[in-house]
Design a protein around this ligand. Structure first.
Ligand code: FPP
Length: 258
């Protein structure tokens, strides 16, 4: 009938998350997904809300995407929660962002434990406020024996500083004879980085339409597939995450080969 009236036939209904998940799991899924969660401020501004309202909404999205990533059997999900440059923001916003790990973990740690997620962190821990350190340390400790998804918070993280620190550590180890010149390789150098034994990300997602890396995992992203979306982080849904996974699955990764 609709057709006769000149309306276009309705397009195929959107598959459910469960259907998309089942389909995606028939093919290799990325082992490690890294996300630059951007656009919280703009999301709040559009609603005439304070910026921190966007961060709070963004926190809930982290929970949703963690659950989905874990059920897709990903090995790791790294989320960029605070960069070494973010200290330049107004104090009230920084203070709020420093309380978010406590709120997130205070609310969701029992479920992360239950779901076998391992909480970890990369970044400069010692210069975080003591209350933030305590919340993160406690979560790392309580999930240390889990074996599911690694939920890796990049918190007070900056990639260039990470690389410089790794180089300094290599120099120290060289001086004390722990490493010889010919033992330094891409592999052995990787282990000096904060990501240690974690596989490099296979897929990087950045939300909010910005197309840059912002000092995030510069070494680790050398061969990573990038997926950018205009969607603001608080609006990022499970359907968007599946879209990114499916786009990744359609690409052919050659690692410089043919
Ligand atoms: C960038 O958006 C976002 C951040 C600097 C903070 C990211 C933090 C979260 C998503 C909360 C999750 C944290 C935990 C601990 C679960 P922006 O503020 O730069 O947005 P804008 O570019 O629109 O201003």
């Amino acid at each position: 009938m609709l057709h006769k009236l000149g309306f276009k036939k309705q397009s195929k209904r959107q598959e459910t998350i469960e259907e998309r998940k089942q389909e995606a799991m028939k093919h290799p899924v990325p082992k490690h997904v890294a996300i630059i969660m951007d656009g919280n401020g703009r999301w709040a501004k559009k609603r005439a809300l304070p910026r921190i309202a966007g961060h709070h909404e963004g926190m809930k999205v982290v929970r949703k995407i963690t659950k989905l990533a874990n059920s897709l059997k990903l090995e790791a999900l790294t989320v960029y929660a605070f960069s070494t440059e973010n200290w330049k923001r107004p104090k009230s916003e920084v203070d709020y962002l420093m309380k978010l790990p406590e709120e997130f973990l205070g609310t969701y740690l029992p479920e992360l434990v239950e779901e076998n997620v391992q909480v970890r962190m990369i970044g400069y821990r010692d210069t975080l406020p003591a209350h933030t350190q305590r919340a993160v340390d406690n979560a790392i400790q309580q999930t240390a024996n889990n074996s599911g998804l690694v939920l890796n918070f990049a918190l007070n993280y900056g990639s260039r500083a990470e690389i410089i620190d790794a180089v300094k550590q290599v120099l120290n180890d060289y001086k004390s004879g722990i490493i010889k010149e010919d033992e330094l390789s891409e592999d052995s150098f990787s282990r000096y980085l904060m990501t240690g034994q974690l596989n490099d990300p296979d897929l990087l997602i950045r939300t909010s339409g910005e197309i840059r890396l912002s000092n995030f995992m510069l070494w680790q992203l050398a061969y990573t597939e990038f997926w950018f979306t205009e969607v603001l982080w608080p609006d990022f849904s499970e359907q968007h995450f599946m879209e990114a996974i499916e786009a990744y699955q359609k690409r052919s990764r050659r690692f410089g080969g043919v």
